[in-house]
Write a protein that binds this ligand. Structure first.
Ligand SMILES: [Zn+2]
Ligand SMILES: [Zn+2]
Length: 629
């Protein structure tokens, strides 16, 4: 539907209500009225608009109607019960919204939405309600602050995005192709260019954090400017999927980025981390902090299962990928159903303590792009309960012999999963220590987790909602500086969860350097280690490392620390889970492309899949382009 048709339809449905303005902001439509109460007296208007337009429609008061801010604030505070725990209120004139952050959003909404409705009727401001995290986090606060203090600029960005979405198709052709710009026959720098006769979009835009091979996606190979891209879609926050995104904005890209709300917040945290860590390691990040903020102001969040037109011929739906908080598989419905593509991104098809099972039913599916991190013949993981018992017994043995335990983890994903295990075993009196330290960004990331409990499994969600979050257990303490680190190293019986997860920098490397010589200590790997990373070299039996000692001198030390790898905690499918996922897919895709796996594994896995399922399956190389329709 074109803009003119939409406006005509709105006038038709709202023939007896006066509207002052219609705005197209990103994929949504905003209708401003001088009589907002009329919409709340009778909900037929909103429901018939949503039905006939098949778009998200927002009704807002005309700016002339909005109550003066101080007065509105005092009325709102009287309407909301005190136990809601309101922590911040922003009045956002650009969108005629009042943004209310509260510990208990349910009480701001009220029974059957009555409190929210009363706020609109009395003040004419429309509330947007955010959950306050139960763990304080400076990043989340900063992100929300930036978003709501820059709403005029955001509105301009959304309006620009809408121009692309509601544009006329300039071609009637219906071909589809994709170009592999990164993470094909490799892990890291995930990036796919998807092109149709009418659209050019990027799926993910990551870096290769392991430092082996090329660091960034092959964007120059596109043959046109980054500013020609219509939209970017981000599957999840991990550095290898999203840390290159601010660079696009640095290079002048001015279009939208679609992702879930938790992905937006987590990717900003990880981009800042990438920026700071690169600086410390002496290699500069390819963008500045300002570019990260620039990106943030262009993000259009979408929830799971929400269907959104992102260009004139591409319709996007995110599905739960059960990999990390907010992670999604990306389903694209192209050209009125001419083709359906699913980009799995990183997925977990199996038990996790954090998330519900992923989606395996789709209305239509012709092409699947599937990850293969653990697609190798020997990549079979033990059941989770065995992995958990083993982790606890190794920790307890180390505690008994007077050593410390170091677990390198990704800030997002494995750290929370391992924390949930440690917390539960501690409650069951099976963990012999109550000193679990988090070093690096882990606490900040946990704070973001507590702001989005709806994304969790029921029992975890309940605990967070009851303010009894396992992430706030007293066994978890934080290392925030060098002197905290010294205290932990001087003691014994401590468990340290530290970033980076592949020991490419940060606290995990600093702590390891100080722990390596002592055979009483244990280093436990629970997550993926890329080729070339220090983590992988230690797994492969590295005997000696060069470290910088307390005096700043380089020194060679033997690796006496016990090095253990525990499989079974991964946020990725193992080989059997990948095969089970394909088997369960409904419908079965016509062709499968394999990405996100080391060359040998990806190629062998593709061959195996094509034979086992009698389907066309291939592992393209990075820089290959393939026509899929
Ligand atoms: Zn990931
Ligand atoms: Zn990944």
């Amino acid at each position: 539907m074109m803009r003119e048709d939409i406006i005509k339809e709105i006038k038709n449905v709202l023939s007896d209500v006066s509207t002052s303005k219609v705005e197209f902001l990103g994929p949504e439509i905003y209708i401003y009225t001088k009589n907002i109460n009329k919409f709340y007296e009778n909900d037929k208007y909103i429901s018939s608009l949503a039905f006939s337009l098949k778009k998200k429609v927002n009704i807002r008061s005309d700016i002339s109607e909005l109550m003066e801010v101080e007065k509105a604030k005092s009325i709102i505070m009287k309407l909301i019960p005190e136990d809601a725990g309101v922590s911040a209120i922003y009045f956002d004139t650009a969108f005629a919204e009042v943004v209310i952050e509260a510990l208990k959003p349910g009480l701001v909404i009220g029974k059957q939405g009555l409190t929210s409705k009363a706020i609109i009727q009395e003040t004419k401001w429309t509330p947007t309600i955010l959950r306050k995290p139960t763990i304080e986090g400076q990043y989340l606060q900063k992100i929300r602050g930036v978003l709501y203090k820059n709403s005029t600029e955001r509105k301009k960005n959304y309006s620009y995005a809408a121009e692309k979405i509601f544009a006329e198709k300039h071609s009637k052709k219906d071909w589809v192709r994709f170009c592999a710009l990164g993470a094909f026959r490799e892990v890291g720098r995930s990036c796919i260019l998807l092109e149709t006769a009418n659209s050019k979009i990027l799926l993910d835009c990551g870096v290769n954090p392991a430092g082996n091979g090329d660091s960034y996606p092959e964007l120059e190979s596109m043959g046109y400017a980054i500013t020609d891209i219509d939209a970017v879609v981000i599957s999840h926050a991990h550095t290898d999927h999203a840390a290159f995104l601010p660079y696009l904005y640095k290079m002048g890209y001015n279009g939208p980025t679609y992702c879930t709300t938790p992905t937006r917040d987590l990717m900003v945290v990880l981009q800042f981390d990438y920026f700071f860590v690169s600086g410390k390691e002496g290699s500069e990040a390819p963008y500045s902090e300002a570019d990260i903020y620039q990106m943030l102001k262009h993000v259009i969040p979408r929830e799971y299962d929400e269907v959104t037109d992102i260009t004139p011929d591409i319709r996007l739906t995110f599905h739960n990928a059960a990999h990390i908080l907010g992670s999604a598989s990306v389903h694209l419905h192209i050209g009125d159903g001419a083709h359906n593509l699913m980009y799995s991104a990183d997925i977990k098809f199996g038990f996790t303590r954090l998330f519900n099972n992923l989606e395996e039913n789709y209305p239509r599916l012709e092409t699947l792009i599937l990850e293969s991190t653990y697609g190798g013949n020997n990549d079979i993981m033990p059941p989770r309960n065995i992995a958990e018992d083993r982790l606890i017994s190794i920790i307890n043995d180390t505690v008994k012999r007077g050593g410390n335990v170091l677990i390198p983890v990704f800030a997002v994903g494995r750290s929370q999963e391992v924390m949930l295990v440690l917390e539960e075993y501690y409650r069951r009196n099976k963990l012999q220590t109550n000193n679990v330290y988090m070093a690096g960004l882990i606490r900040e990331v946990c704070a973001v987790h507590t702001a989005y409990p709806d994304y969790f499994k029921d029992n975890l969600k309940r605990r967070v909602l009851q303010n009894n979050s396992p992430f706030s257990s007293p066994i978890f303490k934080e290392i925030t500086n060098k002197s905290d680190m010294e205290v932990v190293l001087a003691g014994s019986g401590n468990v340290v969860l530290a970033t980076s997860g592949m020991m490419t920098g940060g606290y995990s490397v600093e702590m390891f350097n100080r722990m390596a010589e002592n055979p009483k200590n244990t280093l436990i790997f629970v997550g993926w280690q890329s080729e070339g990373s220090l983590g992988r070299r230690l797994q492969d039996g590295l005997k000696e490392v060069t470290i910088t000692d307390a005096q700043g001198k380089l020194k060679r030390v033997p690796v006496n620390i016990e090095v253990v790898t525990i499989e079974g905690f991964s946020g990725h499918c193992d080989r059997n889970q990948l095969l089970a996922y394909i088997k369960n897919l409904n419908p079965m895709p016509k062709r499968i492309y394999i990405d996100h796996g080391e060359e040998e594994k990806a190629v062998a896995f593709a061959k195996f899949v094509s034979q086992r399922f009698n389907v066309s399956c291939y592992a393209p190389k990075t820089l290959e382009c393939l026509r899929i329709r």
